[in-house]
Design a protein around this ligand. Structure first.
Ligand SMILES: [Zn+2]
Length: 140
C-alpha cells in the first residue's frame, strides 16, 4: 500500500491509500478518486513524498473516499436488486406497505417513496420497512 496526499479542486487536502503508485496515477487520471470533503473529482497529488506502509499495516480509517466509493457501489447493487425484484409503488408506498402488512393484498416486495412522517407511522405500527439511501443513477 502507498499513501498519497491529494488536493481537490477547491483546496481540501486529504490522504488516500492506493495499492501502488501506478494504481494511484490510473485512478487519478480516470477521476475515480473524489474528495471526501466535497466530492470534487478534480483531484491531484499534493507535492510530497509518498509514505509506504510497513508490512501488515492496516489501511487507516481516514480512507473515507474509498470507503464511500465502496458503500456507493453496494447501494447501487441494492438498488438493482430492489428494482429487479420488487414492485415500484411510488408515493403509495406507505399505503401498500400497510395493505401487505394487514394481508389486504398479495405479499410482495415493494419499493417507493415515503415521507419521514409516513416512515415513522409505519414503524410505530410494527411494519418493517427498510430505508436505503436512494442514489441518483451514476453513469460514470
Ligand atoms: Zn474538496
Amino acid at each position: 500500500m502507498i499513501v498519497f496526499q491529494l488536493n481537490c479542486g477547491t483546496g481540501h487536502t486529504f490522504d488516500i491509500w492506493f495499492r501502488d503508485g501506478a494504481t494511484a496515477d490510473r485512478q487519478l487520471a480516470r477521476k475515480l478518486v473524489e474528495c471526501p470533503e466535497c466530492g470534487d473529482r478534480k483531484v491531484s497529488k499534493a507535492l510530497m513524498a509518498p509514505r509506504i506502509s510497513s508490512k501488515g499495516e492496516k489501511v487507516p480509517g481516514q480512507n473515507m473516499a474509498v470507503l464511500a466509493k465502496s458503500m456507493r457501489d453496494q447501494l447501487v447493487e441494492v438498488r438493482k436488486q430492489v428494482e429487479a425484484n420488487c414492485d415500484y409503488v411510488g408515493d403509495k408506498f406507505a399505503e401498500e406497505a400497510r395493505k401487505i402488512h394487514y394481508g389486504e393484498t398479495e405479499a410482495r416486495g415493494i419499493f417507493g417513496e415515503a415521507s419521514e412522517e409516513q416512515h415513522k407511522e409505519l414503524s410505530e405500527e410494527g411494519i418493517d420497512v427498510a430505508r436505503i439511501p436512494w442514489l441518483p443513477r451514476d453513469d460514470a
